[in-house]
Design a binder for this molecule. Structure first.
Ligand code: DMJ
Length: 438
């Protein structure tokens, strides 16, 4: 009996143990050691099968590059072995067709922040080599990029693209321009934003799919979720990072429309749903875990009040089952996609909100996020995503953004400001901190 009571007391104290930078460091190390053991040198770890995954049949070091600045920020000595791995094995001279958006946000952004933290020129050379291989995507009649490019031949593919993949490059390409003195990267990536903006509807909204050869919209579903999200985010952040007033004007136009037509204020909650880009009529009342980036963006735009209301909605969504489903219908509060991919957005927004308001509410949210991750996603060899949050059935994958974003934002939420002064950087959409270089 005494033994039982003692075990119960120990279990309770473990459950209520406060989250600290050290506990998040330990989680980062658990994920990193698992990657090291079962997937060293590969793109990503598969934690259930204890095996590795390469996106294109050959490794481009997605996890090592995405994880590097997190290891440095957390003061972990493992940063040295990661750096060695990247410099010894990463080469872009490969006959593979890659998705430019993913490679830009994970690798180009990761290499640039590695360079800014560490000042090793080899990171910058890798970044430039990669960007040069990606540049052919912009050779289209409209200047909006194709989705895929072969890293060796420069051959591009896919005339259909979406706003997020078209518009999420200026932070990385622009930083490269500032660091190398070559304006081309900035010009090409900014032109893509301008060309997309020009094709907005009369309601100032964009749709989901556009043909980058003809400039015609193919899918007019408008929302702030996956496929559109970081187009908006980068307009605002390009202004903040580079002082680009054109980007600020474009953001202002879109943000008015987003708050007018996509925002859906209900009795006790605020959501952002879908609408047709031309008529601005509501089409779906769906909201996903990706949309949870928006409170952070609202904070940067100075609207902490809307940000706080939206974050409360996101938190309700998290608490429906104890960890957030990929998407819900907020009119019925039922899931329309039941996975949890270890996504960071709701944590990112809690970090921003805490920075701007210092309201302990966001630390409490952070405790909930971390506790859920430990409870439902931690396995002996890493952290794994969930196939279904209603049953907590696990799937076999740990995306590199779990290092780059999920655990990094949690760490920063609980760390003193001096760890990384908020105003000294702008985070890319993959949470790679880039320093101001005006
Ligand atoms: C990340 O790769 C980036 O944050 C991207 O903008 C959207 N999705 C994932 C994380 O959920």
């Amino acid at each position: 009996m005494r033994f039982l009571l003692l075990s119960l007391a120990l279990a309770c104290s473990a459950a209520s143990r406060p989250v600290t930078p050290d506990s998040i460091r330990a989680a980062y190390l658990h994920a990193w050691e698992s990657y090291k053991k079962y997937a060293w040198g590969h793109d990503a770890l598969k934690p259930l099968s204890m095996s590795a995954r390469d996106w294109y049949g050959t490794s481009l070091c997605l996890t090592p590059v995405d994880a590097y600045d997190g290891l440095v920020l957390m003061g972990l000595k493992e940063a040295a072995e990661d750096k060695q791995l990247i410099l010894d094995s990463l080469s872009f001279d490969k006959d593979v067709e890659v998705q430019s958006f993913e490679i830009t946000i994970r690798l180009l952004g990761g290499l640039l922040s590695a360079y800014q933290l560490d000042r090793d020129q080899r990171f910058l050379s890798l970044a430039r080599d990669l960007a040069d291989r990606l540049l052919p995507i912009y050779d289209t009649p409209t200047g909006m990029p194709c989705r895929f490019v072969n890293l060796r031949t420069g051959k591009t593919r896919d005339s259909l693209n979406n706003p997020a993949e078209i518009g999420t490059a200026i932070l990385e390409f622009g930083t490269l321009s500032k660091l190398t003195g070559s304006p081309l990267y900035y010009e090409k990536s900014k032109n893509a934003l301008v060309q997309l903006f020009k094709r907005r509807s009369s309601k100032d909204l964009v749709g989901s799919t556009i043909n980058v050869i003809t400039g015609e919209w193919v899918d007019k579903d408008s929302h702030i979720g996956g496929g559109i999200d970081s187009y908006y985010e980068y307009l605002l952040k390009a202004w903040l990072l580079f002082g680009d007033e054109d980007c600020k004007k474009m953001w202002d136009v879109h943000s008015r429309a987003i708050n007018k037509y996509l925002a859906d204020a209900r009795k006790d909650s605020l959501w952002y749903g879908h609408a047709d880009m031309d008529s601005a009529k509501r089409t779906f009342t769906r909201f996903g875990s990706l949309e949870a980036f928006f409170p952070a963006t609202l904070c940067l735009a100075g609207d902490t009040s809307r940000a706080a209301r939206l974050e409360e909605s996101c938190f309700r969504m998290w608490n429906l089952y104890g960890i957030e489903p990929e998407e819900i219908d907020y009119s019925t509060m039922t899931p329309t996609a039941k996975e949890y991919y270890l996504r960071p957005e709701i944590i990112e927004s809690a970090y921003y909100l805490y920075h701007y308001t210092k309201n302990p509410r966001y630390l409490q949210m952070g405790e909930t996020f971390f506790t859920s991750l430990e409870k439902y996603c931690r396995v002996p060899s890493g952290y794994t995503y969930l196939k279904d949050v209603t049953t907590m059935e696990k799937a076999d994958g740990m995306e590199s953004f779990f290092f780059a974003e999920t655990l990094k934002y949690l760490f920063l939420l609980f760390s003193p400001e001096r760890t990384l002064p908020f105003d000294s950087v702008i985070f890319t959409t993959e949470a790679h901190p880039l320093h101001h270089l005006r």
